[in-house]
Design a protein around this ligand. Sequence first.
Ligand SMILES: [Cu+2]
Length: 186
Amino acid sequence: MSFALSLLAASTAAVTCLGGTHGGQAGAADVNAVFADPTGDVLRAVTFAADAVPPGARVAVVERTGHHGTRIHLSLHGLQPGRTFGAHVHTQPCGTRPEDSGAHYQHVRDPEQPSTDPAYANPRNEVWLDFTTDRRGDGAASSSVAWHFRPGEARSVVLHEHATETAPGRAGTAGARLACVNVPFE
Ligand SMILES: [Cu+2]
């Protein structure tokens, strides 16, 4: 199955599970996936750090779009308990290497990349979804932004080692990339 087709299948399955609760907001993404080692040929969600994001842990991403902008909800089940993770929307699909997911999606793109200037690397110009897991290893976050993704330019959500930094020269960084889930944002 091709990469694009597997994403389509994932989206369709999620819609079916929810029993058509989209409320007419066509085009927004719904993904439910299970993290796996980066070895299979169909990559939906990969983990590069089995201690923090064990294979078999689950992730869901819901995107809703409207006149006001875009709302993204991220939820996780079965991760390392009591840990804070950074999380962001990235520009490229997940791959077998952590760096495959590319840079952070930015509404107004910083001419200087990698972007660590707080004028661009901030939660109003990017999508930040940091969360802390509870005692069972579950966690969730949502973010609302006043804009829509450019089609095809936002492709994944990446989980990072620690909370996202905000200081000049470090803004948007959150340590190593621990895991990634493919999301076909619209
Ligand atoms: Cu990131």
